[in-house]
Design a protein around this ligand. Structure first.
Ligand code: ATP
Length: 452
């Protein structure tokens, strides 16, 4: 259903509403996230009035293809953008609709949100700004919703006004206004919009809060939205301070491989240990696991006897302890089970490794027959050409290479008198005849590893 209020002329636009949309961070392109609902249509109108002449304004609508009126909404977005002369990008997505409403962990609403943000993330180029029309009531609902899910300080900080998204930035200029304030402006200005029928479906937690809980709370505490906004700001500040403290502790506890010293960690109080571990996991772009008993986990990681190998599992990674340090180890797909030839001039991708055999120097020597394999046990190598050969196992232990890295180390094997001789081990060692500007073999081997 589309709604209209009284008509108004462009010159009547209230300055209070225009100011945050006028004073934007510098950008090469301004994209409006247009759902077709009241908030984003109002934002589009204001942005068109202020920025249409700049030639850098456009809108993006994500059609989730879930609601019966999804196509009608898409057409409406086309129509309003056409009227305002704003180019519109339409992106259709397929949302996994198997999950139900009201679920704590997801549901169709969550899947749609995820798909939508993925579109935005893929779309944004450097220097581009995506404006979203979240307002103060959305913020209050978000904070309350997260409180009910048991979120910590970072989550209770609510939605930031601005944050990086993809290669660009997301920006929310309407957070300082309440829903009713925006609705009266939209009605006054004669704006049309589409009502999303799913907004009234109280099986969804967010809608239940919006429809049944917030009105009762607001009736009792009229300044609820600004009070929750205040709490969110305090939580954001608290989170910033926790981040600053974690950075200081990281410098004190981490070695050159960014592993954390268990001894130094043990000197911190529990809250600081947890703060540092969570910050460190996020630093690697992973999500800290949701754990009800962090004190038990920390005690285990820090205090378990040396012969035990305590672990903390998260999605896509494991925190492991080895020789007094904690390492964050990303999950990796299994390595090829067969050994592979290193073909001259052709890059070999081996798990997270890239290997190449390239001609070097002026000689025309035949290419050596080199194969890549993981350890099978019993291998020996001669890191010092004049010294005795050593067991690979002992050599890796001497070098302090953790067991999970040993298992993923590509061994370079060369057939020699019917035997396979180890001539290289990942990026740890390579026999001298394959290194340098003019290697004695006439061939150079290049070994590189992708970072974590
Ligand atoms: N289908 C859509 N296409 C483009 N932008 C959208 C779409 N849906 C929502 N948005 C943008 O997100 C803003 C918030 O929308 P809405 O309140 O419906 O989302 P939400 O799910 O409650 O919140 P969140 O964006 O945090 O997921 C809208 O004002 C609009 O800017």
């Amino acid at each position: 259903m589309t709604r209209a209020g009284n008509s108004g002329s462009a010159s009547d636009w209230p300055e209070a509403l225009c100011a945050p949309v006028r004073n934007l961070p510098p950008c090469s392109r301004l994209r409006i996230a247009l759902s077709g609902g009241m908030d984003s249509v109002l934002l589009l109108h204001v942005a068109a009035r202020l920025h249409a002449g700049s030639g850098r304004l456009s809108a993006v609508h994500v059609n989730h293809q879930l609601q019966p009126n999804a196509d009608q909404t898409e057409r409406f977005c086309q129509q309003v953008c056409g009227e305002l002369g704003v180019p519109l990008d339409i992106r259709r997505v397929v949302v996994n609709s198997r999950q139900g409403a009201g679920s704590d962990t997801g549901g169709i609403e969550e899947s749609a949100r995820h798909a939508r943000y993925q579109v935005f993330e893929d779309l944004l180029e450097p220097e581009e700004l995506l404006l979203m029309a979240h307002h103060g009531d959305d913020q209050a609902e978000t904070v309350l919703f997260r409180l009910l899910r048991g979120t910590g300080v970072a989550g209770l900080g609510g939605m930031p006004e601005s944050r990086p998204l993809g290669k660009g930035r997301l920006y929310r200029p309407l957070l300082g206004f309440g829903r009713s304030e925006l609705r009266s402006w939209a009605t006054e200005m004669g704006i049309h919009w589409v009502e999303d029928p799913s907004n009234t479906d109280e099986r969804f937690d967010r809608n239940f809060l919006r429809q049944s809980i917030m009105p009762r709370l607001k009736a009792r505490w009229p300044s609820l939205v600004s009070r929750i906004g205040h709490t969110a700001r305090s939580c954001r500040e608290g989170d910033e301070l926790a981040g600053a403290l974690a950075r200081i502790r990281f410098q004190q506890c981490a070695n050159e491989r960014e592993a954390l010293s268990v001894e130094r960690l043990g000197q911190l109080g529990f809250a600081e240990q947890k703060n540092l571990i969570r910050w460190w996991i996020i630093r690697y772009h992973h999500v800290p696991p949701s754990i009800s008993d962090w004190s038990r986990v920390m005690a285990d990681l820090v205090n378990a006897p040396e012969d035990r190998e305590p672990e903390l599992r998260g999605e896509g990674y494991t925190v492991r302890r080895y020789r007094g340090y904690l390492y964050l180890v990303a999950d990796r797909p299994p390595l090829p089970s067969d050994n592979a030839p290193l073909i001259p001039g052709r890059e070999l991708v081996w798990g997270e490794w890239r290997l190449q055999l390239v001609p070097a120097g002026n000689s025309e020597m035949p290419a050596p027959a080199i194969r890549i394999s993981t350890r099978v046990g019993g291998e020996r190598l001669r890191p010092d050409p004049k010294g005795p050969s050593k067991s690979l196992k002992n050599w890796l232990q001497e070098k302090g290479i953790p067991p999970w890295e040993r298992a993923r180390l590509p061994l370079l094997l060369e057939a020699e008198n019917g035997n396979q001789e180890v001539i290289g081990a990942g990026d740890l060692w390579l026999a001298g005849q394959y290194c340098g500007e003019a290697p004695a073999s006439g061939w150079r081997i290049v070994v590189e590893r992708e970072c974590n």
